[in-house]
Design a protein around this ligand. Structure first.
Ligand code: C2O
Ligand code: CU
Ligand code: CU
Length: 504
């Protein structure tokens, strides 16, 4: 037994939980039979050498048998729904052909990857039009982590992610390889992409019918694109790479019998120290890698994972070999650079709910740069949520192009599992979260709330990472170009185009 403290609460402010929203859609336990959890295949590189990896990532449409009866029409990356898991090795140069086989434009955003913006990063400035493809290339230079790839074509990000354009990206490195973690992908190291959907007539999804400016939700938990999944446990320890891939939903996770589990990594990689708890809350886009130890169970037992009080996955215990591995109390050293002397403190104020959402009193504008930071400098960013404490919501704040450190919450220590690298942090109503931020690459990047409807609705801004010795000019996309393209692709007049985020 370790001597570490076991936390038993969710850390976040209870009055701000999404369960208190007027439009909250509670999860409902599926009544369809349990199905084996889908484990996304690893995407095969087109080629790999000692120094380079080559991939083709295709955004495509398809259909999947999710429920008995009609198949559901879906989108995905190299797969009909969600996608194959993409593996990058730290230190290698990665070459990717981005191919769009969808009927409309999309973008390929590498959430959590430290790459140049705005094109390689894949936000709204980097559309790939239907039938076209483009190439990106970058050096993978960051520690082992669970990241993800998702569509990001403003203001249709939310709808495209809802249709399925989200998949896991795993960075591997030599440090993490040597840590005593489960390492067998698909066996004792598995992704768990947490989403929710509403099934309409004929088992189809209908984003517009379900639209809510505070975030679209559905009652059916969808785990790796599986309704009512079970997983066959054949090892004592199981590593789960949890991703809140939902548009709006918070997941408050706990196992049957309050089984203790251990977080070993956050958004940007391995934590300095493991954190033990019985309850874990994830806000949109956050990742947590956890290890669950089933030593107290025997073949035939089932351990259930819940969100609030709804079962979302079932772990069926089989025979496994005893595993006496102990996690050390110190896992890795986390970069903690000194803040640059005389640096300004950046201010990001997230305000409003529904259609009123803004950052620093402005809606997003693709052509406007709202803030700047010099490459290599280390600066504080203060992120505030001005929502009312009693009736407001947690806004998950995300920055492209960096893995930051969380310094404080209203002047107090961050949560115990926020001592590693992160790219998304839930900010409670009435709270200011101080981040320490630095960048390795030049570019224009986005920062926004990751409730995707808030992002599409304008709770988003842009900043430039610059080098005074090498000033750059960026070709920035504009809304008219994107809207005209969507209209043409959908065969309607721009005035008849219905993308909810655009009219805010
Ligand atoms: Cu997950 Cu702007 O990103
Ligand atoms: Cu991102
Ligand atoms: Cu928000």
């Amino acid at each position: 037994m370790s001597n570490r403290k076991v936390y038993t609460d969710y850390f976040f402010d209870e009055p701000a939980y999404n369960t208190h929203d007027g439009g909250y859609v509670p999860l409902v336990e599926p009544t369809t039979p349990q199905q084996p959890l889908r484990i996304p295949e690893l995407l095969k590189p087109d080629k790999e050498t000692a120094s380079d990896m080559y991939y083709t990532v295709t955004a495509q449409a398809g259909e999947v048998q999710l429920l008995p009866g009609a198949k559901t029409e879906t989108w995905g990356f190299n797969a009909p729904l969600l996608g194959k898991t993409i593996l990058f090795k730290n230190g290698k140069t990665i070459h990717i052909t981005l191919k769009n086989d969808l009927p409309e434009l999309t973008t390929f955003h590498w959430h959590g990857l430290n790459v140049p913006g705005p094109v390689t990063d894949g936000g709204c400035h980097a559309p790939v039009y239907p039938g076209e493809s483009t190439e990106i290339q970058f050096k993978c230079h960051q520690p082992a982590a669970t990241l993800w790839l998702h569509a990001h074509p403003c203001p249709s990000t939310a709808e495209q992610v809802w249709k399925g354009l989200a998949t896991m990206v795993v960075v591997k490195d030599a440090v993490e390889d040597k840590l005593p973690f489960p390492h067998h992908y698909g066996i004792d190291d598995i992704p768990l992409i947490l989403q929710d959907r509403r099934f309409h007539e004929n088992n189809q999804w209908d984003y517009l019918a379900d639209y809510d400016p505070d975030g679209v939700q559905g009652p059916t938990p969808l785990i790796n694109g599986t309704v009512n999944p079970y997983f066959d446990v054949t090892t004592q320890r199981l590593r789960l790479r949890l991703l809140d891939g939902a548009n709006r939903r918070e997941w408050r996770l706990h196992f049957s019998n309050d089984l203790k589990f251990t977080q070993i990594a956050s958004d940007g990689g391995v934590l300095p120290e493991p954190v033990d708890f019985t309850h874990l809350m994830l806000t949109c886009a956050e990742r947590a890698e956890v290890i669950v130890d089933f030593s107290g169970y025997k073949p035939g037992d089932v351990v259930t994972l819940y969100s609030d009080d709804i079962p979302i996955a079932h772990f069926r215990i089989h025979e496994f070999a005893p595993d006496h591995t102990k996690l050390p109390n110190h896992l890795v050293d986390i970069p903690d650079p000194e803040v640059t002397a005389n640096a300004p403190v950046h201010q990001v104020v997230m305000s409003g709910m529904d259609e009123e959402v803004m950052i620093n009193n402005q809606k997003f504008d693709m052509q406007r740069i709202d803030d700047r930071q010099q490459v290599g400098k280390v600066e504080y960013w203060d992120i505030s949520n001005t929502n009312d404490k009693a009736s407001g919501m947690v806004h998950p704040y995300h920055m492209h192009g960096t893995q930051f450190r969380v310094i404080s919450r209203n002047g107090h220590a961050p949560y115990p599992n926020e001592n590693g690298l992160k790219d998304t942090v839930g900010v409670n109503p009435g709270e200011t979260v101080r981040l320490k931020v630095w960048f390795e690459h030049l570019g224009v990047y986005m920062n926004h709330c990751h409730i995707i409807e808030h992002e599409d609705g304008g709770m988003m801004a842009q900043f430039e990472v610059y080098d005074p010795d090498h000033p750059k000019k960026y070709q920035l996309m504009d809304m008219t170009t994107l809207m005209n393209a969507f209209a043409k692709e959908r065969g309607v007049k721009v005035s008849d185009l219905h993308i909810p985020g655009m009219d805010m």
